[in-house]
Design a binder for this molecule. Structure first.
Ligand SMILES: *Cc1c(COP(=O)(O)O)cnc(C)c1O
Length: 341
């Protein structure tokens, strides 16, 4: 019997024994009345960690992003963002559906839209042109291979936006991966953003949940929108308890995931039929270019017990996470070697 190594996503991580223990013992109350002490503690911790006034626990990263867009904009406003970001590609057009905004997408290099490009597009609005109300950034950038947006770049975009009265939302689904990779505090990466979302349910290994952070006024309004979207929950301290454990125990260990991704990438890059742009391997993702159709490679790997995703016709994505250890990485490299032969 061979192993099963699941490299499809860091969302497949299961909660740690410590999380399960905390969940089963969580002190709870009705969070719709603001009476769940564990949720309140998690929100306070998260806000402090990201250097914002307040935070809100939300069921998913998608809901966190979409609430942020709704709060920052009015129908008919324009949002500037890169054309490969999660909000554009993988949220089913929710910004149009929920907020009735125009997403003005811009080309990017590895998740980066040149600051001058944003500068050219920002418009105050007139009788013909919709007002730019929001810029969204994504860090780490998923579709670009889990690359990190540099601190200086994030600052420049935020400064430009604010000089024009435009807000910035940071989709930081994997913000802690970016922080660990750069060796800076997450709050530094979030400093210029008016709102930030991060996921507890990815590399941080919680079963459910994301956090939206911002000013007190922003979070107050976000709370209303969350309710409208059906995202207000009751004794949700059971989930928040896992989040508190994650913030204590799961952030620093992300460096291990990054090291394993690097090892995978370097090994696969040498195999015939595969190539990897090693410069993009900065966190826990590896995008592998395949000469064969990616779908076929994924199927062959699956028969060997290695799961990954074909994200483009000739690209597969591998994601390392806490449920993939060194032996799993060795096993996955062996499987790739067999497929390459
Ligand atoms: C996963 C992800 C989200 C959405 O999170 P869900 O919890 O899956 O809704 C948003 N942005 C990025 C960059 C992501 O990778």
């Amino acid at each position: 019997m061979h192993r099963l190594v699941d490299l499809r996503s860091d969302t497949v991580t299961v909660p740690t024994p410590e999380m399960r223990h905390a969940m089963s013992n969580a002190e709870v109350g009705d969070d719709v009345y603001g009476e769940d002490p564990t949720v309140n503690r998690l929100q306070e911790r998260a806000a402090e960690l990201l250097g914002k006034e307040a935070a809100l626990f939300v069921p998913s990263g998608t809901m966190g992003n979409e609430i942020a867009i709704k709060v920052h904009t009015r129908p008919g406003d324009e949002v500037l963002l890169d054309e490969d970001c999660h909000i554009v590609k993988w949220e089913l057009g929710a910004a149009a559906f929920i907020s009735q905004v125009q997403l003005h997408t811009l080309p990017n290099q590895r998740g980066i839209v040149p600051v001058e490009e944003y500068a050219k597009r920002i418009h105050p609005g007139d009788d013909h042109v919709p007002p730019t109300r929001l810029i969204c950034l994504e860090n780490t950038h998923n579709a670009a291979g889990g690359v990190v947006l540099p601190l200086e770049y994030v600052r420049e975009v935020c400064d430009l936006a604010h000089a024009h009265g435009v807000a910035v939302h940071l989709d930081g689904a994997r913000l802690f991966n970016a922080a660990v990779a750069l060796g800076v505090a997450a709050r530094e990466l979030a400093a210029g953003a008016d709102s930030v979302m991060f996921c507890l349910s990815k590399g941080l290994a919680c079963p459910v949940g994301s956090i939206l952070c911002g000013s007190r006024a922003f979070i107050e309004e976000a709370r209303r929108v969350r309710k409208i979207l059906g995202g207000a929950m009751r004794q949700v301290g059971i989930l928040a308890a896992a989040g508190l454990v994650a913030l204590d125990t799961m952030i620093n260990r992300l460096a291990e995931d990054h090291a394993r991704a690097r090892r995978l990438a370097e090994a696969i890059a040498h195999l015939p039929g595969f190539s990897v742009d090693l410069e993009t391997v900065q966190t826990n993702m590896v995008y592998v270019h395949t000469e064969q159709p990616a779908r076929r490679v994924v199927q062959q790997l699956e028969t060997l017990g290695v799961l990954c995703l074909d994200v483009f016709p000739h690209t597969i994505r591998l994601v390392t996470h806490k449920d993939v250890d060194d032996r799993d990485v060795t096993y996955a490299i062996e499987a790739f070697t067999k497929v390459a032969a």
